[in-house]
Design a protein around this ligand. Structure first.
Ligand SMILES: [Zn+2]
Length: 98
């Protein structure tokens, strides 16, 4: 039996996702949202806010509504592993900067 990725892309491993998340926090592409609301559901092909890949209907999409958001365009969308990488990057960044 041979495994081939259904999506045709190589998912990043958790360590790579974490490094990507920390890089995006540093360059300001992503920010930490302490008081955000979280929703989970099936993907709707929105581009992931971390890895950039579309989130397919067969995957779980985590939607984060920042407290400051005034429009749906400001929501963040993550694959499940990307969401956890972002959370971890935020906690590690907090530990670094005090
Ligand atoms: Zn992703």
């Amino acid at each position: 039996m041979e495994y081939t990725a259904a999506t045709g892309r190589d998912p990043l491993n958790p360590q790579q996702l974490l490094e990507l998340a920390m890089q995006r926090l540093r360059d300001g592409t992503l920010s930490c949202e302490q008081r955000a609301r979280l929703f989970a559901g099936h993907g709707r092909q929105a581009g992931c806010s971390l890895c950039g890949a579309p989130i397919g209907a067969e995957e779980i999409e985590y939607e984060v509504e920042p407290a400051s958001a005034v429009a749906a365009e400001q929501w963040l969308h993550f694959h499940r592993p990307c969401y956890y990488a972002w959370l971890q990057a935020c906690s590690e960044q907090g530990a670094e900067t005090g």
